[in-house]
Design a protein around this ligand. Structure first.
Ligand SMILES: C[S@@+](CC[C@H](N)C(=O)[O-])C[C@H]1O[C@@H](n2cnc3c(N)ncnc32)[C@H](O)[C@@H]1O
Length: 213
């Protein structure tokens, strides 16, 4: 919110790519912005619609949906690393950067963060877990340096007795290459080590890409 504020964006349309369950959309609507949230997961969009009935949401891939004229585009929490759409696998982010640049009004901003390489030491598996009152999530991470990807094997338990297992792969992006690509697209770029007060973990970088006014 402070990033929008600092860039003189106090109202208008914010398009939130990979909006998940609508947490950020809720904050934006409460602060007076209009919001269009996009997510590839129908289940996430259902959660978003329940959380933020005032906003618009649409199921679709951020690599395909039309990005309308807007004041800001956000993609928060590793959204661009996900390989849920084959286009991310094949073409990288250049085309997306151009689409966002075209959609933004002059002075508009694109705010996102990505995980870069070096998440897990080569040849090793990192294991971790998180526990809540009625849930536990166990995760194992392994990086494929040559392919520039990381696989997360996640097992979740809920107290109701249900459990499921999921594996997903994410692409890891070199922050300096992404900055160069954004600059080539016409953005002025700043990289951040935290979202205002919220520090990002090692190898996780955030970007504020401003379309010059
Ligand atoms: C780690 S979650 C972040 C959710 C939300 N931005 C937040 O911070 O709470 C990543 C989200 O990106 C969505 N996603 C991944 N690939 C996508 C794609 N190609 N198009 C649209 N959404 C995508 C996932 O479904 C998931 O909801």
């Amino acid at each position: 919110m402070e990033i929008l504020d600092r860039n003189g964006i106090h109202d208008g349309l914010v398009i939130d790519l990979g909006c998940g369950s609508g947490l950020w959309a809720r904050e934006l609507v409460d602060a007076g912005y209009r919001v269009l949230g996009i997510d590839i997961s129908e289940a996430m969009i259902e959660l978003s619609r329940n959380r933020v009935p005032e906003a618009e949401f649409s199921v679709g891939s951020l690599f395909e949906v039309e990005i309308l004229r807007c004041q800001a585009v956000t993609a928060v929490n590793e959204v661009l690393n996900y390989l849920f759409d084959a286009e991310n696998e094949d073409r990288g982010l250049g085309r997306l950067f151009r689409r966002v640049h075209d959609a933004l009004v002059p002075g508009g901003v694109f705010v996102f963060d990505v995980l870069g390489p070096g998440q897990v030491p080569s040849g090793t598996r990192a294991r971790g877990f998180r526990v809540g009152e009625d849930w536990a999530v166990l995760a194992e991470r392994e990086e494929d340096v040559e392919r520039g990807t990381m696989e997360r094997r996640i097992v979740s338990f809920r107290k109701v007795g249900e459990y499921y297992r999921r594996v997903h792969r994410v692409r890891l992006y070199d922050p300096s290459e992404l900055s160069a690509e954004l600059e080539r697209t016409g953005f002025r770029v700043r990289t951040l080590r935290s979202y205002d007060g919220h520090p990002l973990s090692e190898g996780h970088a955030a970007f504020v890409a401003r379309k010059p006014a």
